[in-house]
Design a protein around this ligand. Structure first.
Ligand code: MF3
Ligand code: CO
Ligand code: CO
Length: 255
């Protein structure tokens, strides 16, 4: 029951893994459009990760998960399984979540894609959810706490009359995909684990338009909103530095 501290050298490796994971999401930008299936996106990503990046797609076989990507459309909160059915359609919002392993180190990241013309209320959920993620990340520094992170996310989400999913959270990450600590996306300022330089974890808020309650589909993976309303998620892998934080999975478009 302890949280691993990564050395500067370890974090250099995590940065390479993170950058590679980010490049998968960048590469997929041009492929997400009405008519494409999530299975097609999955196959493109698998080929890119194994052949171009020379990395291992961490999701494949993880606890029996069958695919490279998680593709979560509209009311799907997370862990949507790529499929040949139901091609993407105009107005969908889609989260693609990918993790790669480079020399044993994991990089885990996700972003929202807008498919064709997305209605304003959906686009707003997507934008505010990204702001929630950044608000949480901004709290990361030695001496800060995980409660600070969760609190910042919750305040911004609820100010916008959205809800924060409770049943799934961020996680420590390194040579192990999911390790301690658990990173809640809600909480009290000053509570929880005190952050120290060298800790690495994800911040990956799932924010719902309606209530935060979840339902697991019979496939054992797909998590949907109980009320059928929209959900959005963004994810970065973060390192705690002496100064504050470093985002290891930053994309070009975020600079
Ligand atoms: N990448 C997800 C996360 O953010 C986990 C996916 S596990 C899988 O932690 F098995 F569903 F791929
Ligand atoms: Co994660
Ligand atoms: Co992820």
């Amino acid at each position: 029951m302890s949280i691993s501290i990564k050395s500067k050298k370890d974090i250099e490796k995590m940065k390479i893994a993170g950058r590679k994971a980010a490049s998968v999401l960048e590469m997929l930008d041009d492929h997400v459009k009405p008519g494409v299936t999530t299975e097609e996106l999955d196959q493109i990503a698998f080929k890119f990760i194994t052949e171009e990046l020379k990395c291992i797609p961490a999701n494949v076989g993880y606890n029996g998960y069958p695919k490279t990507l998680c593709t979560s459309v509209n009311n799907v909160i997370c862990h949507g399984i790529p499929s040949e059915e139901k091609p993407l359609k105009d107005g969908d919002i889609l989260n693609i979540d990918v993790t790669v392993i480079y020399e044993g180190w994991h990089g885990d990241t996700s972003k929202m894609y807008l498919v064709g013309n997305v209605p304003a209320h959906a686009k707003r959920l997507v934008d505010i959810t990204q702001q929630c993620m950044y608000a949480g990340i901004e709290e990361v520094k030695p001496g800060g706490t995980l409660g600070d992170v969760g609190h910042a996310i919750q305040v911004l989400a609820e100010k916008n009359y959205y809800s924060v999913v409770r049943d799934y959270c961020g996680h420590g990450i390194g040579t192990i995909y999911h390790e301690e600590p658990q990173v809640m996306h809600y909480g009290k300022k000053g509570s929880g684990l005190e952050l120290k330089e060298g800790m690495c974890f994800t911040v990956e808020p799932m924010i719902n338009l309606g209530s935060y309650h979840t339902r697991l589909l019979d496939d054992g993976w797909t998590v949907v909103t109980k009320d059928g309303k929209l959900s959005a998620q963004w994810e970065h892998t973060i390192a705690v530095t002496s100064e504050g934080f470093e985002i290891l999975t930053l994309r070009e478009e975020e600079l």
